[in-house]
Design a protein around this ligand. Sequence first.
Ligand code: DAH
Length: 342
Amino acid sequence: MDVNEKINDIEKQVDCEVGKAESSKGLFEIKMRFLGKTGEISSLMKNMRDVPPEQRPTLGKILNALRQRVEAKFDEIELKLKERELKKKYEDEKIDVTLPAKNLPCGAYHPNTLIRNQLISVFAGMGFEIFEGPEIENDYYNFTALNTPKDHPARDMQDTFYISDDLLLRTQTSAGQIRVMENKKPPIKILSPGKVYRSDDDATHSPMFSQMEGLVVDKGITLCDLKGMLDEFARKIFGDGVKTRLRPSYFPFTEPSVEVDVSCFECGGKGCRLCKGTGWIEILGAGMVNRRVLEGCAIDPDEYTGFAFGMGIERIAMLKYGINNMKLLFEGDTRFLKQFKD
Ligand code: DAH
């Protein structure tokens, strides 16, 4: 076969073979058969050695031209195949952004958490810092330092879970007051949320519940400061127009002690089922920190005074959201829980 025939033959073969390629990878294999080191065109070029020297330049040109044409052919087909492959890839990976998203089930905050967060936000706005004390407490912090020594009748107000003679599950977040005052000199302005435990169980009591304690100690703090702060708290938590009133009470660690009521946010004070016809709802206990408590923490009661308050979070949640049984707050039934969005 003479060279021209051979060249024609190769070009025909190339035309025929490239048409069979279904992918750029397949095309590459075919390309190697013609243009690879041992490919047909390369072997033709190697044969140049056997050609008389004077014919070599002409033949060299012809073969180079062939090589370029074949390369161009492969390039052209490769481009087409790659384009097709890319298009298919885009097609396969296509995301329809107009499809409606999957409806992921979304949880809601527990009413306790909602109230706790609301309280923290209101009091943080007044400059209170958070302090969290331990749930397993010493008798000293839970009672004695709060002016409630061992034989004190006020211990009967709270049925305590004892762990040992000295250790107990705290019955009140008031225990945190002592821990703060022992470690920090006034001015003190802390808020102490947390779980507390009492051997008590009915529709409005649970052996474990949550409290929020507040303590302010500084020079010249009076009951008026407490009242002003409570009014602000009542408006923010229960709504504008809600007022507070103080009734005399007794707690060993405060003197004087008060019970704080808010005007009924359901009936506006006219009297309804929620406020049992009185127009007022009891919300928390408070008072001026007893000077004996301050002394016990090495704070001079002639120089500093303070007020403290403590409230039950479940109680506030029940009142605010109209929940009639405390158990609902502990059962974790999502049908109940998902009703509380804010
Ligand atoms: N610790 C009290 C209780 O659990 C609530 C309380 C009353 C806290 C008066 C106080 C307070 O800080 O001053 O019943």
